[in-house]
Design a protein around this ligand. Structure first.
Ligand SMILES: [Zn+2]
Ligand SMILES: [Zn+2]
Length: 115
């Protein structure tokens, strides 16, 4: 496994959560044409970075309460990784649809392409 460099955290819309968590398209809310445009957008925005779900430990606010561990690592749950309502644009696909936002982390993509 290449160890990619953590760049920053961001917030993704529910559609992106489904895609990142299950690799599935959110077919309920979009037509096929919209989905292919959406994927194109994501590819363009994320050309030089990889995205994973969840926050990096240093982005968790709850670590202050658990001596440096996240609440999850301490056996509980925290709400650092979900915002119930936000109208910020999605950092993954750029959607500005207001709604839930879920924490994601960006990593610099290490180039593996052969010459
Ligand atoms: Zn937390
Ligand atoms: Zn999105």
């Amino acid at each position: 496994m290449p160890s990619n460099k953590y760049v920053c955290g961001g917030w993704a819309c529910t559609d992106c959560l489904i895609l990142l968590a299950n690799g599935e398209d959110p077919v309920d809310s979009m037509t096929e044409a919209e989905i292919s445009a959406w994927h194109k957008d994501i590819r363009r925005k994320n050309r030089y970075r990889d995205v994973t779900l969840g926050l990096a430990r240093e982005e968790h606010a709850c670590t202050a309460d658990f001596g440096g561990m996240t609440a999850g690592e301490a056996g509980g749950e925290c709400d650092c990784e979900t915002r119930t309502f936000s109208s910020m644009s999605c950092d993954h696909c750029g959607s500005t649809l207001a709604g839930e936002r879920h924490a994601i982390s960006f990593f610099k993509r290490t180039r593996t392409r052969k010459r």
